[in-house]
Design a protein around this ligand. Structure first.
Ligand SMILES: [Zn+2]
Length: 366
């Protein structure tokens, strides 16, 4: 693996301070790669007894206070570094593959703790780019780190022109992946593409109107993703009593059946509402399904009635010859929660038996 910083160092704590409940230290030397530098996530590890929480080029955030002037061992998390190197080298290969196959140039790159994104400036086939990338990974191509002066760099055809900052630095670091790609970069990379393991594009989407962003995973991230998706698919297949290959067709069939059942329920509810409405008398109290209730309250509004429906405490009321103020005041006196414009109201009452008695009394009062 090619890391630009050592894995461990004996460091001196130069400064130690607290800000908004967080602890920070300034150390020398500084072996931790900063978060976000060159689009890459930063190092984690330990400084003496403290764990590193975040890193910038000046300070390191740690989980406890450290004594100024003390000399301690600082260690980076090497497994994390390897995983970062896998994502970063995969990005070089993906970008080169998209450019070689479709002339799509990389205009942005961002690595996060969960995935990495690459923005490309023209259309391409995700599958073709992914396949060529994995061909390069499986061919176990040598990845070289070459340090040169800006003059010496001119004999290489770089995928991306050098920045002004890089030219001024006087020392250019090239990452050369066999004859497939060469590009200037300051991040972490593997020594052979086989160390990446696998590269998987998990999503693509148009961004900023003209670019396509791909989300990808490499190495252990990709394997973890495959494992969790497999568990999800197999569990779901079991629920549908199907093989994973038939799962999509099975889910579509279920959705179609569910839609057909919903429309049948609607028709039956409408029909039932007509039968119930026909024989309704003033002051009647029913218990019905909610689907039926909405049909009745829409078509029958000339006599007072109450219908209880699910969830259990809900009650639809029709009070045609009574003012809204009077109905609301009465409902509130019974601890009813809800309201309505009249003549239809919807309330929930805690005690249905108590409500029934009160409703009979109320409707006979007028
Ligand atoms: Zn790189």
């Amino acid at each position: 693996m090619h890391f630009t910083k050592p894995n461990f160092a004996t460091v001196k704590i130069l400064k130690s301070f607290e800000k908004a409940g967080k602890h920070f230290v300034e150390i020398s030397p500084h072996p931790f790669y900063p978060d976000g530098s060159g689009g890459q996530i930063g190092d984690r590890g330990t400084i003496g007894s403290a764990n590193v929480l975040s890193v910038n080029s000046e300070f390191v955030e740690v989980d406890r206070a450290l004594d100024v002037g003390s000399v301690v061992e600082a260690k980076t998390n090497s497994e994390r570094r390897k995983e970062i190197a896998r994502q970063h080298t995969a990005q070089h290969i993906l970008s080169a593959a998209a450019e070689k196959l479709f002339g799509a140039k990389t205009v942005g790159f961002h690595m996060s703790e969960e995935f990495t994104t690459v923005d490309l400036d023209s259309d391409f086939s995700v599958e073709d780019v992914e396949n060529l990338t994995n061909e390069i990974v499986m061919s176990n191509v040598n990845v070289e780190e070459i340090i040169l002066s800006p003059q010496e760099v001119q004999k290489y055809r770089l995928r991306k022109p050098l920045s002004k900052k890089a030219l001024e630095s006087g020392r250019i670091r090239l990452i050369k992946i066999g004859d497939f790609d060469v590009n200037a970069c300051g991040g972490f990379h593997v020594s052979h593409t086989g160390e990446i393991g696998i590269v998987k594009i998990i999503h693509d989407e148009k961004v900023k109107g003209k670019f396509t962003r791909i989300w990808f995973l490499a190495g252990k991230r990709a394997i973890k993703d495959y494992q969790s998706k497999e568990v999800m698919i197999l569990k779901t297949s079991k629920l549908f009593d199907s093989s994973w290959k038939d799962l999509k067709a099975r889910v579509e069939k279920c959705l179609d059946e569910s839609k057909a059942k919903s429309s049948k329920i609607k028709k039956i509810s409408e029909l039932l509402s007509k039968y119930v409405s026909k024989d309704m008398k003033p002051g009647d109290i029913f218990e019905l399904d909610e689907n039926v209730v909405s049909y009745i309250t829409r078509s029958k509004q000339d006599i007072p009635y109450a219908i209880k429906y699910s969830p259990p405490a809900n009650i639809a009321l029709c009070m045609p010859e009574m003012s809204k103020e009077r109905v609301l005041k009465w409902a509130r006196s019974l601890n009813g929660k809800g309201g309505g414009k009249g003549p239809i109201y919807r309330f929930s009452f805690e005690d249905f038996e108590k409500f029934k008695d009160a409703f009979k009394k109320f409707t006979s009062e007028k």
